[in-house]
Design a protein around this ligand. Structure first.
Ligand SMILES: [Zn+2]
Length: 289
């Protein structure tokens, strides 16, 4: 989905769930960060395309959990972003929820035509719709070789009806919710102050990184007269701004009381995986995910 949609939904949800404005703005910032995993100057397009890193690097469960433990509100923003991108089409490349673990298994049992492709070892069930992706996706998102279907896709196209409907609905909801509470003016002034003064470095860093990065991705990299080093310097400064203010946001949730729950979950998951591995292996002689 579009960046404005992610941020607006996060601000609406954040305003209902959390109260100090700094928490609401952090949910919004958390929802903006995952889309920075694109081919922006530092990382050549070919590398991103070859390894399919967009919607993988910062769109997975592990980075979202890391964000939750680093700062709870940022983590909620990450999760909301991933949940929305879940709904987007194969040509937008959905979300690779288990990156990088999912990359350990590369082969698949069936091609899109239903013909057996591989029959040994660990297998995903289906091949990714490569020809569709190749024909319709952005240049940086195309897969060039048949790949296992390890992403989550939904029915909606980026930038189309549902994307914009989520954006406008969230905006209208937020305005009416705050107006109903009699707090619209207070919300807007607190928001502007928090986003553009308190978190000015972080927010301007993200805007510059994203803005210059998109300009680079779409145009500048094909314009030979622009010196790549200038772009590198600007994007590097933006990254420093982000890193500086980010480092001051460390506010981990207290997991002490929940440690037994985490341990119990890890233990159950491992045992469950081992039992089902033997069950599937014995019954089908191969292990399909
Ligand atoms: Zn995204």
């Amino acid at each position: 989905m579009n960046l404005n949609t992610h941020v607006m939904l996060a601000l609406a949800v954040g305003s209902v769930l959390f109260h100090p404005m700094y928490a609401v703005v952090l949910v919004g910032i958390g929802a903006a960060i995952p889309d920075l995993d694109r081919e922006y100057v530092f990382t050549p397009r070919k590398v991103f395309s070859r390894y399919q890193l967009h919607r993988a690097l910062l769109h997975n469960l592990f980075v979202a959990l890391g964000a939750l433990f680093f700062n709870f509100y940022l983590g909620v923003g990450f999760l909301l972003h991933i949940a929305l991108d879940f709904l987007t089409s194969p040509t937008d490349r959905g979300v690779e929820l288990f990156f990088p673990l999912g990359r350990l298994v590369r082969r698949y049992e069936l091609s899109l035509e239903g013909a057996p492709a591989n029959t040994k070892g660990f297998l995903w069930y289906l091949e990714d719709p490569v020809s569709l992706v190749y024909k319709t996706a952005d240049p940086g998102l195309k897969e060039y070789t048949p790949t296992a279907w390890r992403r989550v896709y939904g029915p909606f196209k980026n930038g189309m009806l549902i994307d914009w409907a989520v954006f406008y609905s969230s905006l209208i909801f937020l305005l009416m919710y705050e107006a109903y509470l009699g707090n619209l003016y207070g919300w807007v002034t607190a928001f502007l102050h928090t986003a553009f003064i308190r978190f000015a470095l972080l927010v301007s860093g993200i805007i510059i990184f994203y803005g210059v990065g998109e300009a680079w991705r779409r145009r500048i990299q094909f314009t030979p007269q622009v010196n790549r080093n200038y772009v590198l310097v600007v994007v590097g400064i933006a990254l420093l701004l982000i890193a500086y203010q980010f480092s001051k946001l460390y506010l981990p949730i207290h997991v002490g009381g929940y440690l037994y729950l985490l341990g119990l979950s890890a233990c159950s998951l491992s045992l469950g995986l081992i039992i089902s591995f033997f069950q599937i292996k014995l019954r089908y002689k191969r292990v399909v995910m």
